[in-house]
Design a protein around this ligand. Structure first.
Ligand code: 8OZ
Length: 375
């Protein structure tokens, strides 16, 4: 029988009850980087697999103070943060949900006001991203600000970045109770910056050739897999997104190499953003063959699940699963405004819309007060 959005699946060591994934969504509601009780409510509302996600990917979570690039995003490096996350995972597990934590280092997409000792953000090269980050002003109100000029990481600092990813992964699974982790390799953040020519002009063994530019992401993935078990690790990629001012001169061979290396690591899943993150599925001037990417992964021995994301409507999602083009589909904005999205997909609606004004920062409004069917 053909699988549907409502079929169960083994995602590495994680058994999921359906193929509907809640995508990672930054919501800026963790003051001091500490997850709150309100966050536990929000995730638990979306975690019952009868009505909600088969798998939740947490909002992007900083692996270290240096990895932070926005106000009020959570972290994974301090005891209070881990205790906060523990309450979230307990609430999710109590309703039968599954949840992985997205491991995040923003690299150059930060502001010195968000960095330890007001230091410059770090990056592969000292090239500023033409993008904005989110700060809290003196009055406690949120606002967007241009990112700061970064400094290039010294060669000797790179093992520390790998170490921070592995330590955060261990914290996530062993202390905070997550079912696994997702490495944030997408959207113009640190690992994507190393990967792509637009941000990486290094002349050492982490820059230049495809092999060199992919080195950090592969080292991080191996270290994280060693820390928590390869079958509890996923990775998120965005081959052609322009998010956060990122670009690569020739993404198809870059991602072909990367995916063939990842295929040897026994990962639980690969999660691919197709097109411009949160925007069009086709990016002008940046064609990309996603079927070839998946074929290369399978050909090189990659057995894990394949998650697709970006602009999926119910029909496109069902077709992706039924055709075998993907094993799971991740929904972002739809899960913000429909906690019971899976139930609505099963019934063919009704669907309700998103209030964009409450996406980043704030409290319960636009967060835990979207009604489910029958509320
Ligand atoms: C929206 C706002 C801030 C951060 C990403 C973590 O794009 C993000 C993000 C999205 O991956």
């Amino acid at each position: 029988m053909k699988p549907s959005l409502f079929s169960p699946l083994h995602v590495g060591a994680i058994d999921v009850a359906n193929r509907v994934v809640m995508a990672p969504l930054t919501r800026n509601r963790a003051p001091g980087a500490i997850p709150t009780a309100l966050m536990a409510t929000y995730y638990a509302q979306r975690a019952d697999p009868e009505r909600g996600a088969g798998l939740i990917v947490s909002e992007a979570t900083a692996i270290s103070p240096q990895g932070q690039g926005y106000a009020d995003v959570p972290g994974l490096y301090g005891t209070e943060q881990l205790d906060g996350w523990k309450k979230v995972t307990q609430a999710v597990h109590a309703v039968g949900g599954r949840m992985v934590c997205q491991l995040w280092h923003v690299g150059r997409v930060s502001h010195h006001l968000l960095q330890p000792d007001n230091a410059d953000p770090v990056a592969p090269s000292a090239i500023r991203a033409n993008t904005k980050t989110y700060l809290i002003d003196g009055e406690g109100k949120g606002g967007f600000a241009q990112t700061s000029e970064p400094r290039a990481l010294h060669r000797h600092e790179i093992p520390g970045i790998v170490h921070d990813f592995a330590a955060a992964a261990r914290n996530a699974v062993k202390s905070a109770g997550f079912d696994g982790v997702e490495i944030h390799g997408a959207n113009g953040y640190l690992l994507d910056q190393f990967l792509k020519t637009g941000a990486n002009q290094r002349t050492d063994d982490y820059g230049g050739s495809i092999e060199n530019r992919a080195r950090l992401m592969l080292e991080v993935t191996r270290a994280v897999a060693d820390a928590v078990g390869h079958d509890r690790v996923g990775i998120r990629l965005s081959p052609v997104t322009p998010a956060n001012d990122i670009v690569d001169a020739d993404p198809q061979p870059l991602f072909d190499y990367l995916i063939r290396q990842l295929a040897t690591m026994g990962l639980a899943y690969v999660h691919v953003i197709e097109g411009a993150t949160g925007g069009p599925r086709e990016v002008e001037g940046r064609p990309f063959d996603y079927a070839a990417l998946k074929a290369a992964y399978r050909q090189a021995g990659g057995h894990g699940a394949w998650i697709v994301n970006n602009g999926y409507d119910p029909q496109l999602a069902e077709d992706a699963i039924a055709s075998g083009r993907a094993d799971l589909v991740a929904f972002g904005k739809a899960f913000i405004c429909m906690p019971d999205l899976t139930e609505r997909l099963r019934r063919g609606g009704p669907y309700q819309g998103l209030d964009k004004a409450t996406m980043y920062g704030g409290g319960a409004h636009g967060y835990t007060d979207y009604p489910a069917l029958g509320d």
